[in-house]
Ligand binder design. Structure first.
Ligand code: 5AD
Ligand code: SF4
Length: 419
């Protein structure tokens, strides 16, 4: 979501005057720090980064802070770091050309509705397009700051989504990544139209776009994963067979305290349905350990879901207490050292599972979409199920979907040869 917001920022700036991206801090006329605030660490990092930028930047260069930390700290950022010229919250991206010319501008309205705003075109990789389908989040997971920084959930009109994807396909994209906090809650609320559409129907419409070959999306919510959606996922050949299903915890008691709206059994049932209809699908997840009150047996429940579902990718975090969240005030916050031990156990077990999955890949054939040039005569791309491949090759392979045989396995990426 933040990567796409950064592209939108660049697109809007380029409408006013052409900008070039530089790796040299001392060359930059404008420095934008696009921030996350989902855990505490990146917020602390922001202020140390501002210090570094201030020291090495051109004296005339402006510094802007955008994104979720901008939304939740607002003018406090300029008070703590007066070197910052402007603060622009998530969901206010379209105002970038306004704030860069107003000293100490602060635009952090979380009710601002950008759902029908037609952003200018800019993509860092023309082979694959990220496209937002909704903004904000209507859930109230007790650990999560996002509803406070990105505001209420609003779906983007399907006509706008279709025209954006069609445009990106005409410019060379064969793959789209649909983005939203809760993609499968699509259609819950539009800002002004009387449109009726849900995620499954949106996927069907998108898959009719000529020249588009692959559809990915992130993230669906386990609660909204109905049978109709899973059937579409399994049967639509354009939908990539990789799905991220955020678990958060395997303990029903903790899930209740998190206000996630599903039980351990519901979650496993959804994953089993996916596997039954689509055995080749890879499932990935997010897990938080050390949520307030998490006992040893709650944590064992999480381990048991890991062992049952065997997630191919795992994004795991120690719980971090955040402002504007209910869980911040819960009793029985867990010791950092205990959360650390649990995280290590979870990750160690996941690594074993991943090694087993990857080892079984030797000699297998995947259809890989080559979308990046790498150093040392290599290109990279992803298989339909999300596996990352490195292959010997050069520029002429870019943008092609080819059959590749796995020649060497490792945890992160597979080596392959074209067959
Ligand atoms: N502490 C730790 N992890 C969190 N996440 C969200 N809020 C927190 C928090 N307070 C994780 C969730 C979410 C992912 C994007 O970040 O697992 O799915
Ligand atoms: Fe946060 Fe929950 Fe919304 Fe995801 S669904 S963004 S975890 S509040």
């Amino acid at each position: 979501m933040n990567v796409r917001d950064s592209e939108h920022l660049i697109a809007e700036l380029n409408q006013q005057e052409p900008y070039q991206i530089t790796d040299e801090l001392s060359d930059a006329d404008l420095i934008i720090i696009n921030t996350c605030s989902v855990r505490e660490k990146p917020v602390a990092k922001l202020f140390s980064e501002i210090g570094v930028f201030k020291k090495y930047k051109k004296p005339s260069a402006k510094i802007g802070v955008t994104g979720c930390t901008a939304s939740h700290l607002g003018k406090e950022i300029i008070r703590r770091a007066p070197a910052v010229d402007f603060v622009l919250g998530a969901r206010n991206v379209s105002k970038i050309t306004k704030v860069i010319n107003t000293k100490h501008a602060v635009e952090v309205d979380t009710n601002f509705d950008e759902s029908s705003y037609n952003f200018a075109e800019y993509r860092t990789n023309s082979f694959k397009a990220m496209v937002n389908i909704s903004i904000g989040c209507d859930k109230s997971c007790t650990f999560c700051i996002v509803p406070a920084t990105r505001g209420d959930e609003v779906s983007i009109p399907s006509s706008l989504i279709i025209s954006e994807i069609t445009k990106s396909v005409a410019l060379g994209a064969k793959e789209v990544m649909l983005l939203g906090q809760n993609v499968n809650n699509y259609g819950r609320r539009f800002s002004s139209s009387d449109e009726i559409c849900n995620f499954t129907k949106l996927l069907q419409q998108i898959s009719m776009i000529d020249g588009l070959e692959r559809i990915r999306f992130t993230s669906p919510h386990p609660l909204h994963m109905d049978d109709e959606f899973i059937e579409e996922f399994a049967s639509n050949p354009k939908i990539c067979k990789q799905i991220h299903v955020p678990l958060q915890s395997g303990s029903t008691a903790i899930l209740q305290k998190m206000k996630r709206g599903y039980t351990k059994e519901n979650f496993i049932n959804r994953c089993e349905k996916i596997r039954k209809l689509c055995p080749e699908a890879t499932i990935s997840t997010d897990i938080i350990v050390g949520f307030p009150d998490e006992s040893d047996s709650d944590f064992e429940e999480t381990m048991s879901v890991l062992n049952t579902v065997r997630f191919e990718q795992l994004f795991s975090f120690k719980y971090s207490a955040r402002p504007h969240t209910e869980a911040m005030d819960f009793d029985n916050q867990i010791e950092n050292s205990l959360a650390g031990e649990r995280l290590t156990r979870l990750q160690t077990r996941h690594t074993q599972i991943l090694d087993e999955i990857m080892d079984s890949q030797l000699g297998k054939i995947h259809r890989v979409y080559i979308d990046e040039l790498k150093p040392n005569g290599k290109v990279s791309g992803r298989a339909d199920d999300g596996k990352l491949f490195f292959i010997d090759g050069s520029e002429e392979l870019l943008g092609r979907i080819i059959d590749v045989k796995v020649t060497r396995t490792s945890r992160g990426a597979l080596d392959g040869e074209i067959i």
